[in-house]
Each structure stands twice: as C-alpha cells, then as structure tokens.
Ligand binder design. Sequence first.
Ligand code: AGP
Length: 610
Amino acid sequence: MGIEMCGIVGITGTKQAVSVLINGLERLEYRGYDSAGIYVNDQTGQDYLVKRAGRIANLKSALTPEIQGSAGIGHTRWATHGVPNEINAHPQYSADERFYLVHNGVIENFEQLKQEYLADVKFQSQTDTEVVVQLIDRFVVDYEMDTKSAFLKVLHLISDDSSYAFVLMDRQTPDTLYVSKNKSPLLVGVGDGFNMVASDAVAMLKETHNFMEIEDREVVIVKPSGVVIRDFDGNEMKRDTFRVDMDASAADKGTYPFYMLKEVDEQPVVMRKLVQEYLDTDGSPVIEPELLSRMQQADKLYVVGAGTSYHAGLIGARLFERLTGIPTQVFISSEFAYEQPIMSKKPFFIFLTQSGETADSREVLVNVKKQGWPTLTITNVPKSTLSREATFTLLLHAGPEIAVASTKAYTAQVALQAILAKGLGMAMRKQLAIDFDVKQQLGLVAVGMQAIVDSKDQLESVAARYLAQPRNAFYIGRGIDWSVALESALKLKEISYVQAEGFASGELKHGTIALIEDKTPVIGIITQDRTAGLTRSNLQEVVSRGASVLTIASKHLAQPDDTIVLPDVDELLTPLLSVVPAQLLAYYTSLGKGLDVDKPRNLAKSVTVQ
Ligand code: AGP
C-alpha cells in the first residue's frame, strides 16, 4: 500500500549524482528512516538501482565505486502500510526496467487503476507506487505515448483525494526528471549546470541556495539546462526563483552527538533572534498591521496544532487571553478536523506547525478557508504548505529542526505567541499588554535558558538516578505548569519509551494516583505563585505512596531540596524555562538507554498523513 511520509531528492546535470543524493537523503532522513534507495544513470546506457531496508547507512554501505551517474533519484521512507523491506523501498520500477519512480503520498484509487489497466501485470511490491510506474510504462509501450504525455495521463487518472510527490526517470531520456505534486511537499533547486528537486530545501542547500516552488497539479520537466513548469492543461507557468540564505551547516550536527542536543542548546540564540526579528528598539512588536487588525476584529481565537505544537498552543491561549482579553481556545488538529465545534460569529484561526506540512493541521486549514475565515500560520518553514495556504504567516526563525523530538520550535512558538499577544494587546490598548515588557523578559529568558543548558551534568545524573529504570513516570503541575507537564511527558515518552503522563496535579488523586508505586518518578513543575502551594501538597500525596519526587521550581518559589531551580522571569513566560530541563532529562534518559535519540522508533518528523 501507500508510502505516505518520506524524503525525495533528485538531480540532473554536471554533478556526481550519488554523493548528492546520499547527502540529500541524510538531510531528509528525519522524514522517514525505515528503508531507502537510489537510481542513477550515467547517460551512456549504464544505470544502477540500489535499495536497502533500514537506515540510509545501510544503503551507503551497499554502494560500490562503479555506481556513478550524473542524474538520479533517491528516497527515504517511513511506511504506514506494507512492510518496510527492500522490495517495497523506492525507487519502484516498471517490469521492463525502463521507468523508475520515487513517490511520497497515497494513491487512493490504486486498486481500481490496477484492475482497470494492469490486470495482466504481476506486481512484485505491495506499493501503490509500483502501480503508477507500471501504468506509465503501459501507456508508453502499449499505447505508444511519449513519456511526458503518459505521465500526464496517469496524473489525470489519479483520484483528487490522493496525495503525491513524484519524480520519474526514463532510461531513454536519462537526463530528464519528470515531476509532479499534489498535497505533498516538493520544490525545485536551481543550479549552475544542474537542477534538482527535493521534499525540503535542506536537502539541496549544499548544492544551491536558489529555489522554485511547485504548485499542486503541475507537471515540471527538470533538465540540466532548465526547468519548465506547466499546469495540467499544458499552459506554461512563469515562476520566480527565491533564495534561502540559510547556511548548509545550520542543518549539520557539528560536534554534537545528536541533533536534539544541538537544538536544545540553540534555544537562547533563537530567543534573541525572535527579539531581533519582531521587536523594535523600544520593545514594541513589529507585526503586519493588517494581521493585527484582522485579529482585533475577532470575537474568539482558535489555536490549532498537533503534538508539541498543540502544547505550545495551550500556553499561547493563556497569553492571548491575559494580554488581549479575546477568548481563546486550543484544539488538537486531528480532532477539530472531524468534529468542528459550534463556532463563534467572528473566529480567527492560528495554526501552529513547526514543519508547516502536518496533514491533520492542513485538513483544518482547508476547511476553515472554505468557510471564509481568516487564518495565520506560525511555522518554522518558509513556503511550507500551511504557510502558503494561510492568509498570514509568521516565521519562527528557529533554524532547521532535525531531531524528531521538537524542542527549539516549541520554545520559539511560545515566545512568538507572547510577542504577538503583546502586539495585539497594545493595539487594543490593554494595560496588561502595555506593561508586559516582552523584550526585556525574552532577554532574561535567553540568559536563564543558557544557565539551564549549562547545567547538563546535573540533569544527566538526575536522569540516570531516577529515570533509567522505571517504566512509568509523571510530570504534574497546574495551569501553564500543567501545559508544560504535557509537553515534558511527550518528550520523555517519544525518545526514551518511558510511559510518561502529564497531569493536572489536583486531578491525580481522582483516580490516577492508583498507578503510583514504590519509586515511580513524579516530577512537579512549580512556577506560578497561585498554585505553587497546591502542587507541593499534591507532591506530598505521592511521596506518601512511595513515589520518587523531583521538582522543577522557579527561584522565588524554591525550597532547599528542589531538584532544579529556574531563574525568575515573568510568570507568563516560565514555560520557556521549565520545559528545558524536561527536554534534557528526556535526552539523557534516551542516551543512557543507548537509544537513537534523534530517530525514535515508529516516528517521523513530519506527519503528512491524517
Ligand atoms: C514532538 O516532539 C513531535 N515532533 C510532534 O508531536 C510534532 O510536534 C507534531 O507532529 C506536529 O508537527 P508540526 O509542528 O510540524 O505540525
């Protein structure tokens, strides 16, 4: 069946394709890592297909020096249906070995296409992709169509609800990449003497900084000498290039053992970057007036996100309500998509998404747009799908986040929502917003984050002592400390596989406390004046049931035996600090267990299926 989330890279021109493809795939490995493959053609009739189950490292070790070419395609896969084995890995190819195809997405009507056109063909894989490539071959060989027409014909036959990013190669036109996309990310990289295509600009940054967008349902012909884009009716589309100035090394691990640790360490820099991008010298937010005016007209803000982004939204809702007085509600995107609540009269939607590609969130955006409501996407990836499709975009400027466990994107989302809430509150002349010195506070946050990341040794030994053995753990807190508890627990479970829960500390005694056993770790987050005493009482309740209690407390609320003491910042921004020790505790627990911190089992960075 479908291969829904994966990374694609292709190149044609003067470069050695194999190293470019492998390098690109390594950068895309965050998108999926259970099998990988490349196809290269040396333009003199010699071509090579290499596929392996498992990580890209397996594919690399299968490569021999004679495997060379100047055009090729590569793929790294995260399977949701069909075993992640060599046969199901991409590229898929036609039975006569003329056509090779990499694909991201799901062809919903592949069974029907198979029965209608390919009933006599014996398939070797379980993939919908093989159906597509065999069908292209059928139209070329049996119906004598040229490759471009056959490709277009198949694109027309694919049902509208399907998603795809395709890059096709034909042995008979070996310098040409045939490209199309629908709902799955793909963009062109423009070079000198070569051109490329990939799911994400980071896969091409080593070769070029100039890119070209591809819209849904276009056919793009990529040759060494140029790129031609047409719509499905054959009209040529003019497309400007845009430049991404990011340094390729921004997506490198450098001397870090794992991306996650690098990304945790980068958080103070990201805070300063947001100050620089969004606040002027006197600390006033610099935000598009039209965005502020549309938000001001709203009677309710709807914040939508998944996973960590949803957790950042929980903090954002608090910030918007306090600083602007506009009622704000947060939704898990996959829930909202299927059960739209009764809406207020003038809603305004804020989508939080690090990648800008999350299918669940996009589903909501598409529906909301149909109903004519204004939308803002807060994302880390310029030109990403949700960014392009929303009325407004604000960028996180956090630099590429590669580790599956999101860290700096979360803190950037919280900080940017604080800036936006301040800007909106000021525009509405709300005194609390006027008094909230977000610039000064984010400066304090950056310094505080630095102090926490500098205390790694302490966090490493806490993780070794309390989290290495137990199967279960709890983070508890009230209000925004509870919201951080949810994110902290997600971090721990996704990379260390400890069954962790984030809990409202007052709620524990209403049932879940039954799970507390001797030495169950319970980590209390204590940063809010109003709730500190109550959370401490709740911690006492679990101490008496044998739990090993740890605390993450703000300095002015700290007691002598607190485990981690956070520098003081405004109560609205404490999540930016309290989450950092939790990120590092998760990191060291995973590391201590010898797990692959950046690529936890069963997960992929960008979830482009619903
Ligand atoms: C968390 O560490 C995960 N990476 C995951 O929960 C993620 O936040 C979620 O899949 C949403 O992704 P997005 O922010 O790119 O939309």
